[in-house]
Unconditional design. Sequence first.
Length: 320
Amino acid sequence: MTEMEIATLYTYFKECGKVTTDTRNCPEGSMFVALKGETFNGNAFAKQALEKGCRYAVVDEEEYAEVGNPNILLVDDCLQTLQDLAREHRRRMGTRIIGITGMAAIFIMVSYATTIVGGWTLAYIVKLATGQLNGLTPDQIAATFGETAGAPYTIAFSAIEAVLLWLCLNGGVKKGVEKICSILLPTLLIIMIGLAVYSNVLPGASKGLAWYLTPDLSKITMDGIAAASVQVLYSVGIGMCCAFVYGSYFDPKGNLPKSSLVTALMDTGIAVLAGLICVPALFSFGIEPTAGPSLIYITLPNLFNAMGSFGTVFGLLFMI
């Protein structure tokens, strides 16, 4: 559409306030945009959308544009028009800077999580599979992580991680991300529960459990608040990325406050569960509990070693 046509269409959109592409969900007074796919043609449902309460229907096939019906708007390409309409709305709302800064923050945070941390994880998968961590003392495992984190070969693992992530995303949300997460996340939860149980029956684990669960208000300092703020920023940043990916697929009839509450509770629950795995094990193996974010790559290998040959299998499943 031309600039003038988009400006005109935008005035119709302002009358509606809402856009729908599905005749199963037609809010009263909304604008229906007829999208097409390999097995469907939204143009054929334009009249039905109007009957269900839509104020306007945007079509791109002349046979569905009834002559003299001012509520059916004919354009060249509905998908392109929808994109142009969204662009026009962003321009008029002046929210471009929010999108740019949001995407930049997500890029930085997710780059760290998927490439750097992902590279470490792939390196540890190789080390676990080849038995390089078997029989090492806690100090040796800590030294191994320091060597791995700064080694040039970790860059290669990060590149492999980036390719694997691309393949996952290239499969789409339904066939890629959602399918993989529906298998891996429940598996990870089961493994974490098993590790939490095992960690808390190790010798000396009770001291760690008491240290973890006993409040100590003297530890609430500016340094502690700063550290917690960094963790919140990181966690929220990853959550923001997920919101960007899944938000556009959210069911319009879904309960957003309820979903947000469940997500927050699950996130907090998993964090507490991770603490129940790591902290008792720290005290059992005599590791300083302030080792930082790399703790998982120091504590868990010790935990897997304590489990014997079965620990290698458990470790591989956890890291994968």
